[in-house]
Design a protein around this ligand. Structure first.
Ligand code: ADP
Length: 578
């Protein structure tokens, strides 16, 4: 029995030993497998990190570097430093001074200064220009901050050229917008000053005239001065309106056929007597033309040339010469290349002012306005008008010798010009024009029965007084509706013409005209003229569109009223003759 027990216990020990050995084998095997898997994973991770670092190094936009705090040495520089700057990273690792090659001496000095004042707590963030490997100027951003256990700085340098350029562009736009808004407020304050100055003069002169009412000659002198100041004020207001319409992009050009010879002729008669009165030689020439009629905005083109001529006249002393030359430079595919030159032998313009001459309110110096008057708006308007016509103005001047302004524009040749026969058909027209001019010169308002539609009492009083002084018989309506009623209640043909204000209560002048024109009465085509403070070209066009015969702007020039009525009466008579 004891033998059996010994045998059994010996086997149990063996079995336990065997079991323990098997567990150990399995344990080490599992350990081995785990270690193998772990090291595989590790290798994989290491590979990924290398890829990552390599990716850093390949990039063309971002350089990474590590600087040791203790001796400020660069101990790591990503390999793409070479691709971005053309400098081997090893050279920088050996000597950080090499960095100056990339950023240039001036920028390097700036960076050193920034480093000196850096608190070394918050990240240092700065921008610098640098040269890339191709030698191009680029722009970059450097961020430097403490890393690890504060033993290192991590430096990141990014190429931000595109962002920088965009920022510069936005900055420029912002500055432009700021300048434009500044210019607008300058314009407003300047405008207010410019208007107040003649206004002050007008009121002063009127007060003086009133005070000297017992001495008619003295009073008249003051009134004449008040009148000339009013004319100046009117020109100024027109210029300011033109300028503000240009600035808001609202100036529109007309495209209507007009006669270039007539333009030259009008300019000649407009300036002849004042030029001669000032002792200036004056001439207007037409050169090389085989075209007479072109399509464009006659009024605006003339406005520009008048401005040049007025300046030439103003700035040229007696004995000098002012000449205007219209020249056909060429004719191509139905277009006329036109040059208009205004030349004077006056005081000339300083060269430093020439670059500013087309800016609003610019005059050569403070004494210009004092000696010669003017507001400095004319050339700014002229320049804008000619630009709208896709043309250009060239100015050439020599101090003490004289000035010339040359306009180049291309205008379509009018159809009527192409149909004109070569032989001188134009004489008929010239004769017709002469007859018209004669009729207009001789026209009178004497005996004309005029209906005046005007809501403003002062304007009505002035108009009635002046028209009656010309011999007209006037009846007044206080608004458009009353004008319509008075016309409807009148005998056919009782009124020769209606002078119609536009902005009136109850019914405006345009509406009233439409009602009258469509009334069906046989005298519904009587002469109707707008007489309005709506003075824009668009208003004038609309007046014609609703069937008016003309548009007279306020303040009313009563000579113009006489001329315009005379002209229309002449046309009507001749139409009836035909
Ligand atoms: P304004 O004549 O009302 O002052 P402009 O815009 O027409 O305004 O002219 C601006 C300035 O240009 C003038 O004040 C003058 O200093 C200069 N200028 C223009 N034309 C001439 C000229 N023909 N000769 C000399 N200076 C001129």
């Amino acid at each position: 029995m004891t033998g059996i027990l010994r045998y059994a216990s010996q086997n149990l020990v063996l079995m336990l030993l065997f079991l323990a050995a098997s567990v150990l084998v399995v344990f080490f095997f599992v350990l081995y497998i785990c270690e193998r898997r772990k090291s595989g994973k590790y290798r994989h991770a290491v590979d990924r990190t290398n890829d990552f670092i390599r990716a850093f190094g390949d990039g063309r936009r971002c350089i990474h570097a590590i600087v040791r705090v203790e001796d400020q040495r660069i101990i790591y520089m990503s390999p793409n430093f070479y691709a971005m700057t053309g400098i081997e990273p090893e050279r920088v690792l050996a000597d950080a001074e090499v960095l100056r090659e990339a950023v240039g001496k001036k920028e390097a000095r700036g960076i050193v200064k920034e480093l000196e004042i850096w608190d070394r707590i918050s990240p240092l963030d700065l921008e610098t220009d640098y040269k890339n490997a191709g030698g191009e100027n680029r722009h970059g951003r450097l961020v430097l901050e403490r890393a690890g256990n504060d033993g290192f700085y991590l430096a990141v340098f990014m190429d931000i050229t595109e962002e920088y350029e965009l920022r510069q562009e936005l900055q420029n736009d912002l500055e432009q917008a700021y300048k434009a808004s500044q210019a607008k407020s300058d314009f407003l304050s300047k405008m207010s000053h410019e208007i107040r100055t003649p206004m002050n003069g007008i009121l002063g002169m009127l007060n003086l005239a009133k005070a000297h009412i017992d001495s008619p000659q003295t009073a008249e002198d003051y009134l004449v001065k008040a009148e000339s100041l009013s004319q100046f004020l009117l020109t100024l207001i027109n210029d300011i309106l033109d300028m503000s319409r240009i600035e808001s992009g609202k100036m529109e050009l007309e495209s209507v056929a007009f006669d270039l010879f007539e333009v030259a002729d009008k300019l000649n008669s407009m300036f002849k007597s004042t030029m001669e009165g000032k002792g200036l030689h004056w001439e207007v020439q037409m050169q090389d033309f085989d075209v007479r009629y072109v399509v464009g905005d006659e009024l605006r083109l003339t406005q520009v040339i008048i401005n040049f001529i007025s300046n030439a006249q103003k700035f040229t002393p007696a004995g000098g010469t002012v000449s205007v030359t219209f020249r056909q430079m060429g004719r191509l595919e139905g277009n006329l290349h036109l040059m208009i030159r205004v030349r004077d032998t006056g005081k000339g313009i300083k060269s430093d002012f020439l670059s500013r001459i087309f800016r609003p309110f610019e005059q050569e110096d403070a004494s210009t306005a004092h000696h010669y008057g003017g507001s400095g708006l004319g050339l700014a308007i002229a320049d804008n008008i000619i630009r709208l016509m896709n043309g250009e103005i060239i100015v050439d001047s020599e101090e003490g010798k004289g000035t010339e302004f040359v306009v180049y524009v291309t205008l379509p040749v009018a159809d009527m010009d192409q149909t004109l026969p070569d032989n001188i058909d134009t004489t008929v027209e010239i004769r017709a024009e002469e007859a018209l001019r004669k009729a207009v010169d001789e026209s009178t308002l004497k005996g004309l029965h005029i209906l005046l539609a005007e809501d403003n009492d002062i304007n009505a009083e002035i108009a009635i007084e002046l028209l009656e002084m010309e011999g007209a018989v006037i009846e007044r309506a206080c608004d458009g509706q009353e004008a319509v009623h008075m016309f409807m209640d009148s005998e056919p043909g009782e009124y020769d013409a209606i002078l119609m204000d536009i902005q009136m209560p109850n019914m405006n002048g345009w509406e009233a005209t439409k009602v009258i024109r469509s009334s069906g009465r046989k005298d519904s085509d009587l002469l109707i003229f707008a007489m309005s403070a709506n003075a824009f070209i668009e208003d004038k066009r609309y007046s014609l569109e609703v069937g008016m015969d003309g548009h007279i702007s306020k303040p009313v020039d009563f000579d113009e009223v006489r001329r315009v009525i005379g002209e229309q009466l002449y046309f009507r008579r001749n139409r009836k003759d035909v």
